[in-house]
Design a protein around this ligand. Structure first.
Ligand code: FMN
Length: 191
């Protein structure tokens, strides 16, 4: 898939086909793309935990907070929960590169997964203690970003933002994501 099309297709998915698993081999392939990503000073400080087993997934799920704008929705129901996760661990004594490195790594993972037909959602709102316990975070690290992965169970409507950037669900329960237009994010260089 050409990169712009991949970017267009790569929406945050929060409802999955839970019965379709992803192999650990696939997750390792996505992490291998993140391994090759740029990072500050080439320090390669991030560590990654692939999670595919049901018993592990069910320990991670309760720690996650889904879709803050959707006040009436408590996250995916049983049957539509993610069948896999990748947890990104970052050093606690973090350098200022860490959030950037993590975002780039997560984007590489999400795009690699999308290219293979999977969907994903990056999650930064979670109970750190629960995740640390479930994931076996290495000494001196903390879980920084989680990527939920699986076969998409929903189709997202990408649309031009018209006064609001809040994502929402319509009467048919379809998830809409408003994006600003290109001209709205361009700052012309000073003459
Ligand atoms: C750094 C970061 C943190 C995020 N944290 C969460 C989260 O905790 N829970 C969640 O449901 N979605 C989370 N998201 C997903 C965003 O809500 C989503 O990217 C945004 O609504 C735009 O939708 P799109 O990804 O389809 O463009 C996060 C995304 C990013 C990049």
């Amino acid at each position: 898939m050409e990169i712009h099309e991949l970017a267009r297709e790569n929406r945050s998915i929060r409802r999955f086909r839970q019965e379709i698993s992803i192999s650990e081999r696939d997750l390792l392939r996505f992490i291998d793309s993140a391994r090759l990503a740029p990072c500050g000073a080439n320090l390669q400080l991030l560590r990654f935990t692939p999670v595919t087993e049901k018993k592990h997934c069910s320990r991670i799920f309760p720690a996650l907070k889904w879709a803050g704008y959707l006040e009436d929705w408590n996250g995916p129901e049983e049957g539509e929960r993610p069948p896999a996760y990748i947890i990104i661990h970052a050093p606690i004594a973090g350098r200022r590169h860490i959030p950037v490195d993590s975002g780039i790594a997560a984007a590489y993972i999400a795009l690699a997964a999308r290219e293979s037909g999977y969907g994903s959602c990056m999650i930064m709102s979670f109970d750190e203690n629960l995740i640390e316990e479930a994931a076996g975070t290495p000494q001196g690290y903390h879980p920084f970003l989680i990527i939920a992965l699986g076969m998409p169970g929903e189709k997202i409507v990408l649309e031009k933002a018209d006064g609001s950037i809040r994502y929402y669900r319509d009467a048919k329960d379809r998830h809409h994501v408003p994006k600003l237009a290109l001209q709205e994010i361009i700052v012309p260089v000073k003459d």
